[in-house]
Ligand binder design. Structure first.
Ligand code: SF4
Length: 390
């Protein structure tokens, strides 16, 4: 069995980086999840000069630079500040955890609210939320961020001719009807309600756990809209979605995309390129929605992560073709399961011996079906995915 991973309870930022197996991890929280061409080119150049030349796109739509030496951190922050990609202080950086639907248009409802919410969170210096506490702003006709990790969600009210918006506590089925004028203040009130009701003992906690314990506020009684399915690589009304193998993008690919236009970060290990220009073939990009690598998730693993018990991505790459369309495989370096915190069809979790445990229809911390499988011997069959299905 895999042993319990170490829980830090906070997320690394640019100003508060985390040491990993290959140097500092510096997480860049681009304002409203958008990089202008100059910002993207600048980040690519910094990754080559001060990092390991490969960036990670996180499940919260942030960009992570890895392999940064402690001696270079100050210079990196100065350069990121010059690009407008660093907050004034670490507290503001941690609070401004807003994930905006990538399908916004300039000045639309989602865009306006995300800007106001970001400004309000930056200014709310008395609000001390857990490091992972986050917000989604997802006001299209059907929400697209329902599967993205968040604690407070802002969506469109599906009732026609009713007031425009719904505020939702993650884990609750019903929300509070709010207007554009009140939504930001109500979102911050909900965050304070979370703290006041013991949502973060010792500074840690998530909204869905509090809701499971005590339910949502009684005023949250309106139904939400049905979610859209996760988008696939291809053209959209807002630009082109391109996928990244394991959410990684080589710096030279980021720079080449920047030459085509601005980029939006998504929580789906995809970038949205605002330009509709024809894409050249670039290392690390997946443009075919049927590519089997889109069916696998794998975290950093060894040697990049200090908690990892094994390499993950070579195994995930080898097994990808054995995953049937419509199914998912998650390969985790430990039971923390960073690459996919929720359930998948199959999960392989490295244990202390370097072998893997196999979990069906669960997440990395769930009890395994099989244990101590050698990476070299693992071969997935259709039965692995169908066993136990009705
Ligand atoms: S799941 Fe992977 S990246 Fe996360 S702590 Fe474990 S080994 Fe590291």
């Amino acid at each position: 069995m895999s042993e319990a991973p170490k829980v830090y309870g906070w997320c690394p930022g640019a100003l508060r980086p985390m040491m990993s197996g290959d140097g500092l991890v510096v997480r860049i929280r681009a304002p409203l999840g958008r990089l202008s061409p100059d910002q993207a080119r600048g980040v690519a150049a910094l990754s080559t000069r001060l990092g390991n030349g490969v960036l990670d796109l996180s499940a919260r739509g942030n960009l992570q630079m890895r392999g940064v030496r402690e001696d270079d951190h100050a210079a990196l922050i100065a350069a990121l500040q010059a690009l407008g990609l660093v907050d004034t202080d670490a507290g503001a950086e941690a609070r401004r955890n807003v994930l905006l639907t990538p399908f916004w248009t300039e000045g639309d409802l989602s865009h306006r609210i995300a800007q106001q919410l970001s400004d309000a969170l930056t200014a709310a210096s008395d609000l001390t939320l857990p490091g992972k506490f986050g917000f989604t702003v997802d006001c299209g006709a059907a929400p697209v961020l329902s599967d993205a990790a968040a604690d407070i969600r802002i969506e469109r009210n599906p009732v026609q001719d009713g007031p425009g918006l719904l505020l939702l506590a993650d884990g609750a089925d019903m929300g509070l009807v709010v207007s554009e004028d009140s939504v930001v203040a109500e979102a911050l009130s909900l965050a304070r309600w979370f703290l006041a009701h013991g949502g973060a003992p010792e500074g840690r906690g998530r909204m869905h756990r509090l809701i499971a314990r005590r339910g949502a506020p009684a005023s949250h009684s309106a139904n939400r809209a049905i979610s859209a399915s996760q988008p696939a690589p291809g053209q959209t009304a807002s630009g082109q979605l391109v996928a990244l193998e394991f959410g990684q993008i080589p710096a030279q690919t980021l720079a080449a995309l920047a030459d085509l236009g601005a980029l939006r970060l998504t929580p789906w290990r995809m970038l949205l390129l605002e330009s509709q220009a024809l894409l050249p073939a670039l290392p690390g990009l997946i443009l075919d929605a049927a590519d089997p690598r889109l069916r696998v998730r794998a975290c950093t693993g060894m040697p990049g992560c200090l908690q990892a018990h094994a390499q993950t991505r070579p195994l995930a790459r080898r097994l990808a073709a054995q995953v049937p369309p419509g199914k998912t495989l998650h390969v985790a370096g430990c039971a923390k399961g960073c690459a996919h915190p929720t359930a998948t069809d199959l999960t392989l979790v490295a244990c202390a011996t370097g072998d893997f445990d196999l979990i069906r229809l669960g997440k990395a911390s769930d009890p395994p079906l099989e244990t101590s499988l050698s990476a070299d011997d693992i071969c997935l069959t259709p039965e692995h995915f169908d066993k136990g299905q009705p």
